[in-house]
Design a protein around this ligand. Structure first.
Ligand SMILES: Nc1nc2c(ncn2[C@@H]2O[C@H](COP(=O)(O)OP(=O)(O)O)[C@@H](O)[C@H]2O)c(=O)[nH]1
Ligand SMILES: [Mg+2]
Length: 317
């Protein structure tokens, strides 16, 4: 079957399970620009049904291995899942992603699993805007679960994954003693903790350390469970999947899910606005007005506030 040229047809084919159509749609999302924009507009009203799960943790902590084991369990229960692997530190053909492909190879021929490594070249706002768009498109195309794997090293990655409905933080034995820049950030976003590589010494100490750190933070109505797992054998994968489902049920019952989703779309709006303003300012900065403003600023004829106002007046059109 040849692929339709127009976006609507492509979306319809992708929704009908046509893998090449889906791959093409996701490439458009990745590439950004007007086609991504159009896809976003067409899919927005259809989205909001999928439950999104973020998995984060240091590189090498075993996120992909564990995720693959969890996907297998979910599949046994008849669930369909789309997995987005986002790793800004490694380019599309990089080692980490290649590793992910190998680990995920078990699911290659399974129609109920879709796995995509995301790159975000050409995207206004980068990862922060490309990821929610990608998630929304998968959601609108009928994937009931969208799993987002990202490296929990930077603030942007933490924010992305923290915006999921359920956030899983993967750590390893010894994490309690480690000095990690964004440890507090990870503590804040975790709905579920997993100490993976529980075949190594120090697992129970790490669980205890996390417990203590959690006890110091303000109690919410969901107490994040601290699980242990061995990704390579699949030990603990069932418990992790059960915890994800329990968290989803909890959020649904309490209305927390609706609150989170409203906050998420509000954040995205703010982000889009900021990125659009930045882009317009950058465009102006190349022009005559800008040169003039910079000169006057340098000569101290106008102050930075007046200079900003002059530029912003130009945006207004
Ligand atoms: N010993 C041990 N190794 C593991 C475990 N889980 C994953 N690994 C190994 O850790 C390495 C990194 O795993 P990977 O899933 O790519 O980590 P990611 O970067 O977080 O996605 C691989 O060599 C895995 O085989 C585990 O539970 N125990
Ligand atoms: Mg990985």
């Amino acid at each position: 079957m040849t692929l339709p040229d127009e976006i609507d047809g492509l979306l319809e084919a992708a929704r009908g399970g046509h893998r090449r159509a889906l791959a093409r749609v996701m490439s458009y999302v990745e590439r950004g620009g007007s086609l991504a924009r159009e896809l976003g507009a067409l899919t927005f009203a259809l989205s909001g049904k999928a439950h999104t799960v973020g998995i984060t943790g240091a590189p090498g902590s075993g996120k992909s291995t564990l995720n693959s084991a969890v996907v297998a369990i979910a599949r046994e229960q008849g669930e369909r899942l789309a997995v987005l692997a986002i790793d800004p530190s490694s380019p599309f053909s990089g080692g980490a992603i290649l590793g992910d492909r190998v680990r995920m190879a078990d699911h290659t021929f399974d129609e109920g699993v879709y796995i995509r490594s995301m790159a975000t070249r050409g995207h206004l706002g980068g990862l922060t805007l490309a990821t929610p768009l990608a998630v929304r498109v998968l959601d609108a195309l009928g994937w009931p679960w969208v799993v987002i794997e990202t490296v929990g090293v930077g603030q942007v990655e933490t924010e992305i994954v923290g915006a999921a409905d359920t956030t899983v933080v993967v750590v390893n034995p010894g994490w309690g003693d480690s000095v990690q820049a964004n440890k507090a950030g990870l503590m804040e976003i975790a709905d579920i903790f997993v100490v993976n590589k529980a075949d190594r010494p120090g697992t129970s100490e790490t669980c205890r350390d996390i417990r203590q750190m959690l006890d110091l933070s303000a109690p919410g109505d969901w107490d994040p469970p601290i699980l242990t797992a061995v990704g390579t054998t699949g030990e603990g994968a069932t418990e992790l999947w059960d915890a994800v489902c329990a968290h989803r049920d909890h959020c649904t019952a309490t209305g927390e899910l609706t609150v989170r989703r409203a906050a998420r779309v509000e954040n995205e709006f703010a982000e889009v606005l900021r990125a659009s303003i930045d882009a317009r300012v950058a465009a102006i900065t190349d022009g005559d007005t800008a040169a003039n403003v910079h000169d006057r600023l340098a000569r101290r004829e106008i102050d930075p506030y007046a200079a900003a106002e002059l530029l912003l007046d130009d945006i207004g059109e």
